[in-house]
Design a protein around this ligand. Structure first.
Ligand code: SF4
Length: 62
């Protein structure tokens, strides 16, 4: 299934792991956000890895 949307739900701890795994997609200051203008279909494997690795499972892909 192709990823068409990525969101970070409430509960992010700001650990920074998603940014380490997919720096093109996520940026973390206090909490993670998806960068503006990201073409998520270009980074599917990294996004899936970040979602699987997030310790509080707040990265949701659809
Ligand atoms: S990996 Fe999860 S908890 Fe850590 S910064 Fe990213 S979204 Fe937040």
């Amino acid at each position: 299934m192709a990823i068409i949307n990525v969101v970070v739900e409430d509960g992010c701890t700001g650990c920074g792991l998603c940014e380490q795994i997919a720096p093109e997609v996520f940026e973390v200051s206090d909490i993670a956000k998806v960068k503006d203008g990201v073409v998520v279909s270009q980074f599917e494997s990294q996004i899936k890895e970040a979602a699987d690795s997030c310790p509080v499972s707040v990265i949701k892909i659809s």
